[in-house]
Design a protein around this ligand. Structure first.
Ligand SMILES: *[C@@H]1O[C@H](CO)[C@@H](O)[C@H](O)[C@H]1NC(C)=O
Ligand SMILES: *[C@@H]1O[C@H](CO)[C@@H](O)[C@H](O)[C@H]1NC(C)=O
Length: 471
């Protein structure tokens, strides 16, 4: 055997024995029982025997496992339900939830090991703080995020990596490069410095990058953190997002001739609010001048993919798949994501898109009057986020049906939001006539659901919101 043959065999042995980690992300939320719920995605090399996954594995709900998440006091096995896999990119990815009895009110959780896809040791750090928040007395929840294990970027082209990240408390969210042994071990920016020209927009949690680095695999480690609006310097919690960038090159076409998504495929960041028990169907359709090879998804436990359909319209090739999901009660009150990308038979990829699927949009359930004042408390059935743009709240005189007054819900003099205690206080600066009846119209988008979808408008009947004067 010649020397080249030996080198190839050696390389092959090494790549089978190790390099099986493909990233993970974690988030946490307090439970009313006092325990904390840790949700995670974890991804591995699919050709590793411990991490087999195919359509049967997903359908049967069998689990794989590897590694532990540890506090100073205890460790928890990271078992997962495979949700997605890629044959060509050789990954298996899954999700699961752990319930942990907090050892103290403030602690760290670490997941570490030795075999990143390249580089060596991995480490991910989650900080948990269960002391009541200074701004509202409630216990914080961390931001939530999901992202594919591998994102494929064509050499020489401009790309953006946009994380579908949310915070149930409506906090300020910022992202930064992970730093130090516990947050990133062998793939820290300060030492490993993968993709040095990639720019992380800390406020929008997205990365802008023109792929000028060598073709290959690059693990990236990001921390997402939430901050109180009243104290925007000290993070309430910190969670990791780690994944792999694959820079590939093809001797074919230019940057914009790869597969592209077409209608009715949702756009990046689009929001689909769905209720428990209700079926959501997402149609992903991609087109290209080359025959298409696959559509890869990163999905929620329980989502089902249809078989792909393909066709050619005489000019372009098409591939389409439906993703169906009927959320169960475990998914309620949380934001979920679906990410997807497509590949053609020349090995070119589309961009990667992620959409948000909050389960259960907030519904106003009551308007409580505060004594004989013009102050009212609008109660919602769940936590919500503040709107991006504020709507007006019209007050209607019942007898004439005319709007006598509109309240700007963005005016802090008259409106205060309490997202985690599920209500908002409004004061009407208006002299009501005690001989008339009035009602308030609750418009769509008064608040948003946790995943950023506008809340539903639920004026069931005008009498529900009646303002009684002079009692
Ligand atoms: C998705 O929508 C397109 C356009 O309406 C349609 O042609 C295609 O058949 C749909 N995909 C599936 C899998 O039903
Ligand atoms: C009710 O009104 C009183 C008097 O204006 C005020 O002090 C109190 O904060 C109000 N409570 C709520 C829940 O709006």
């Amino acid at each position: 055997m010649n020397i080249i043959g030996l080198i190839i065999i050696n390389f092959f042995v090494i790549s089978v024995e190790s390099s099986h980690f493909r990233g993970a992300s974690f988030s946490w939320a307090p439970m009313s029982s006092g325990s904390i719920k840790v949700d995670y995605r974890i991804s591995w090399r699919r050709s590793d025997n411990n991490h087999n996954c195919d359509d049967n594995t997903i359908a049967s709900g069998t689990t794989n496992m590897e590694g532990d998440l540890c506090s100073d006091y205890d460790c928890f096995l990271l078992e997962y339900y495979c949700t997605d896999y890629s044959e060509v990119d050789d990954w298996t990815s899954g999700r699961n939830t752990l319930y942990i009895n907090p050892p103290t009110s403030k602690f760290d959780l670490i997941f570490d090991g030795n075999d990143w896809v390249v580089a060596s040791g991995w480490s991910l750090l989650i900080t948990v703080d269960l002391t009541p928040r200074l701004d509202n007395g409630f216990i914080n929840s961390s931001p939530t995020v999901d992202y594919p294990p591998v994102v494929n970027l064509q050499y020489g082209c401009k790309h953006s990596i946009i994380f579908p990240i949310y915070d149930v408390d409506g906090d300020i969210i910022r992202c930064r490069w992970a730093s130090g042994k516990n947050e990133c071990d062998s793939v820290c920016r300060e030492t490993y410095n993968a993709l040095p020209s990639a720019v992380l927009d800390q406020n929008d949690c997205k990365i802008a990058y023109t792929a000028t680095d060598q073709v290959g695999l690059y693990p990236l480690a990001i921390q997402a953190e939430d901050f109180m609006k009243s104290s925007p310097k000290v993070p309430l919690s910190s969670i990791p997002i780690q994944f792999v960038v694959n820079i590939y090159d093809v001797n074919y076409g230019s940057c914009d001739t790869g597969p592209t998504f077409v209608s009715p495929t949702p756009d990046t960041g689009e929001c689909f609010s769905v209720d428990v028990g209700e079926q959501l169907t997402i149609n992903i359709t991609v087109t290209g001048i080359t025959r298409l090879n696959s559509i890869e998804t990163t999905s929620v436990i329980g989502m089902q993919r249809s078989a792909v359909t393909t066709w050619f319209d005489g000019v372009s090739y098409y591939m389409s798949v439906l993703v169906n999901w009927t959320p169960t009660s475990e998914a309620d009150g949380q934001d979920h994501s679906l990410c997807f990308s497509a590949r053609d038979t020349n090995g070119r990829y589309s961009d990667t898109r992620c959409i948000n699927i909050p389960v259960g949009a907030p519904i106003p359930t009551a308007v409580e009057r505060n004594g004989t004042t013009n102050s009212w408390n609008i109660v919602f059935d769940r936590t919500f986020s503040l709107p991006e743009s504020y709507v007006e709240l019209p007050v209607v005189e019942t007898r004439t049906g005319s709007v006598v007054f509109t309240l700007d819900t963005g005016d802090p003099t008259y409106v205060t939001y309490f997202p985690t205690s599920k209500n908002m206080h409004v004061t009407f600066d208006f002299a009501f006539d005690p001989t008339e009846d009035y009602y308030v119209i609750i418009p769509e988008g008064l608040v948003r659901s946790i995943g950023n979808c506008p809340a539903l408008s639920l004026v069931k009947e005008s009498s529900f919101w009646t303002i009684e004067i002079g009692i």
